[in-house]
Write a protein that binds this ligand. Structure first.
Ligand code: AMP
Ligand code: MG
Length: 483
């Protein structure tokens, strides 16, 4: 197998990472491998040689040019600052693709590192497969995300609430640099290191900012805009990250660290699926506010670089962050307008949109399926869509659509580009995970992967895959966690 590694992170000051190798595992077995991703990354694979595949993606045999480092970072977890670092991840290397892009290839669950603290450095097969399914679904939904290249099951038992099968996931991201990495450098390293690191990040992710008058402030603005777009995207499809700690928020604007995340079924901004989020800090509707909270931590870390005068630096950062809310609100409402097929958003449309959201909330209507019903009236048969209240809203909506001038796309086409038909629903994903971990059957994994790879499909609906769970089932998934 041939990689094209160029490990730029190794050129940074040594306090930003620790050298370490994956811990060898016994009897590894490939459970999932993303051939098309491997090929777009330009990794040359000998398809005949499955032994090599399993040796490399279990971490047992490192390819030439591998980086072998765990990255240092800190973070605010549920609002509290903690020193962290890759406790169960190892950077295999930075792959340069045939089109000149750079991606981190990172093992997750590959054993202890100098940052493991009391953790075992391992991950369960179930959680790694879940990350594989959901991250690839997010990619197919056109949402920036880390991707999943391989899941290799191991014979090592992993002790969680019960003994579970272990696995190593290979994930791929533009980088794993987090808001928490900046917090770490700002708090524990010298001014020179902070400046060098920031410079590195700008060059790696946003080289166009190098020439700006105030690169650190420009970086903050860029990350803010990336995160606004990401939040709007998450809310477009009903995604709840579940653990938006500052160490789980990237500088690249990609979704990372899939833990107790889930897709909302019935529309309710207060929806929380993670059992550890008892206060609802990371509830569906809170995500934009938390993104701003996290960006404020990034801003604090960048203060020494924004201006030599701290007061002036703070003023500049505050002025910028004060624009978050209005930029987000505008993009959010325009996104919702597109979900109902409106291309030329007018201020009045906000009323129509909010009426629909309210209707969904009051009637426990499924978020995804309500928009599917609007696109394809014959697709979903649920009595609530026969209610007078829904039909009345639909009439107003039809009048509004008829008023829109014809653009490049019809209302239906706009909706089709924005409203998924398939999302990874918890009860379906759980079924796949138990099929794989309990019986070794991969058929349902392949079926769900295929459906989720084409979420905006316009024909031949799989009605079973579109089914929303009854409320009672949903409660059970609230307790899901354990990664
Ligand atoms: P997460 O909640 O997955 O973002 O992880 C938060 C921190 O805990 C990170 O520093 C992880 O590397 C670390 N961590 C999570 N699980 C483990 C584990 N099983 N062993 C060691 N460290 C872990
Ligand atoms: Mg994390």
């Amino acid at each position: 197998m041939i990689f094209n590694f160029d490990n730029s992170y190794l050129s940074l000051p040594a306090e930003l990472f620790a050298e370490c190798k994956p811990t060898a595992v016994s009897r590894p077995q490939v459970v999932a491998f993303n051939t098309s991703l491997a090929s777009s990354l330009g990794i040359q694979i000998d398809a005949e040689n499955e032994a090599e595949l399993v040796e490399i993606f279990s971490g047992n045999n490192l390819p030439k040019g591998a980086a072998n480092i765990a990255q240092a970072y800190s973070g605010h977890q549920f609002g509290h600052f903690t020193r962290l670092g890759d406790g169960r991840a190892v950077l295999l290397g930075e792959q340069l693709t045939p089109t000149g892009e750079r991606f981190d290839l990172q093992f997750k669950g590959s054993g202890v590192t100098p940052y493991s603290r009391r953790g075992d450095g391992r991950a369960t097969l179930s959680a790694m497969l879940r990350e594989y399914i959901i991250s690839e679904a997010m990619h197919a939904l056109h949402i920036p995300t880390s991707r999943s290249l391989a899941v290799v099951a191991t014979d090592e038992p992993v002790y969680r609430e019960q003994i579970q099968m272990g696995a190593v996931l290979t994930r791929v991201a533009a980088s794993h640099i987090r808001v928490g990495t900046f917090e770490h450098v700002a708090r524990f390293c010298s001014h020179e290191t902070l400046a060098a690191f920031t410079n590195y990040v700008i060059k790696r992710h946003y080289p166009e900012l190098t020439a700006s008058e105030n690169p650190a402030l420009a970086l903050l603005e860029k990350v803010m805009n990336q995160q606004i777009d990401l939040m709007v995207n998450w809310m477009r499809v009903g995604f709840i990250h579940g653990v938006m700690n500052t160490d789980n928020m990237t500088i690249s604007g990609e979704t990372i660290d899939y833990g107790p995340c889930a897709f909302m079924n019935a529309y309710n901004p207060e929806t929380v699926f993670s059992s550890i989020d008892t206060g609802g800090r990371y509830a569906f509707g809170n995500q934009p506010q938390i993104a701003l909270w996290n960006l404020t931590r990034l801003a604090e870390s960048l203060v020494p670089l924004i201006d030599v005068d701290t007061n002036i630096a703070v003023q500049k950062a505050e002025k910028l962050l004060n624009t978050f809310q209005s930029i987000f609100e505008q993009k959010y409402i325009e996104m919702l307008a597109r979900k109902i097929g409106i291309y030329n958003f007018e201020t009045n449309d906000a009323l129509l949109i909010n009426e629909l959201l309210n209707w969904m909330y009051l009637n426990n209507a499924d978020y995804t399926n309500t928009f599917v019903k609007l696109m394809y009236p014959d697709s979903i048969s649920d009595k609530i869509f026969e209610h007078e209240s829904f039909l009345a809203w639909k009439n107003k909506w039809t009048v509004r659509l008829n008023k829109d001038e014809k653009g490049d796309f019809s209302a239906l086409e706009i909706m089709q580009q924005n409203n998924p038909v398939y999302i990874p629903r918890n009860q379906q994903v759980e079924k796949v995970l138990s099929d794989v971990t309990e019986t070794g059957q991969l058929a349902s994994l392949n079926t769900i992967s295929m459906l989720l790879s084409n979420p905006y499909t316009t024909t031949n609906f799989d009605k079973k895959a579109m089914e929303a769970p009854a409320q009672a089932i949903e409660q059970v998934y609230k307790t899901y966690c354990g990664t």
